[in-house]
Design a protein around this ligand. Sequence first.
Ligand SMILES: [Mn+2]
Length: 327
Amino acid sequence: MEKNRNFFPKVSDELVGTIMNNDVFGIVSHVKPDADAIYSSLAMSEILALLGKKAYLYNDGPFLSKETLDKQYLFSQTVGKEKEEIEVVIVLDSSTKDRAGKVFENLSGKETIVIDHHSSGVPFYKEELTYIVSQSPSTTLLVDSVREALGVELTKKIAEYLFIGFLTDSGFFHFLSSEQAGPSLEKVTKFVSTGISPYRIFDYIQDGRKLSDVKKIAALLSKTDSFYDGKLLVCYEPVENDTFERPSFMIYPNLLQVEGVKVAALLKEKEDGIEFGFRAKESANVDVGEIASSIGGGGHALASGATVHGIGMEEAKTMLLKLFSSL
Ligand SMILES: [Mn+2]
């Protein structure tokens, strides 16, 4: 138990004081938001509302997955006159200034709080106003620690927001390391105690997929390449597939179930380069977060990604084989 308490360190008095002593906040999360970015923002906004404070939600977009699209109407993509009112900007789930996008640029000069769980980021604001805990599986779990430090009650609504970000970032519990599991599930136990339904939330996130997309994913999986005696499995997503929703959620679990695999990679062709995605088996002892940051990306030991501009699929494949040559 003592170990679990240290897993989520104390939130600084300066951070708590900055929230308590101000009234109007801007909340910003990373471009191309995932559920952790959007739902940590929503939870933070709700926490501030319960403290009687005002919060404006921002995100550059684009919103791509169902559970983020559903909430898009709550987020502004531009900064208007309310800028004068805003006293403090809270940046969530973003390891660099660039990740927070144009909206953050437009809010620059304000006191800034950073709450994030990325390991490879460069801290871009006053250290005493950051809560960066790289071992946390999601930013929403860190927002929960901030909530506790602020003395705000865990409502069902907040619990649901926090749980959604945790579920998606942990790959539905799959990518939790054994160090993360105990402390994270202690928090999840509190979330479900408010009466939220994991079953219903799981279905809300996963259901509604088109049969045509499931068939496209099957076609992508059928072209998987195997390298290093099957320790590295690689799936390719051509640019014309860019429109269908989050194939990675079906591709990685399938590849990681294959006998002998250590790392599953997804190479996604973009208009101007290749997006690399990596997932590692915990037993493989490979830090794919470190590997992704060596090519300008970031992430976590078991799940990470990077975008390399100006290269094609063949070059990407050569890079990939070099990156994982020690498997
Ligand atoms: Mn995240």
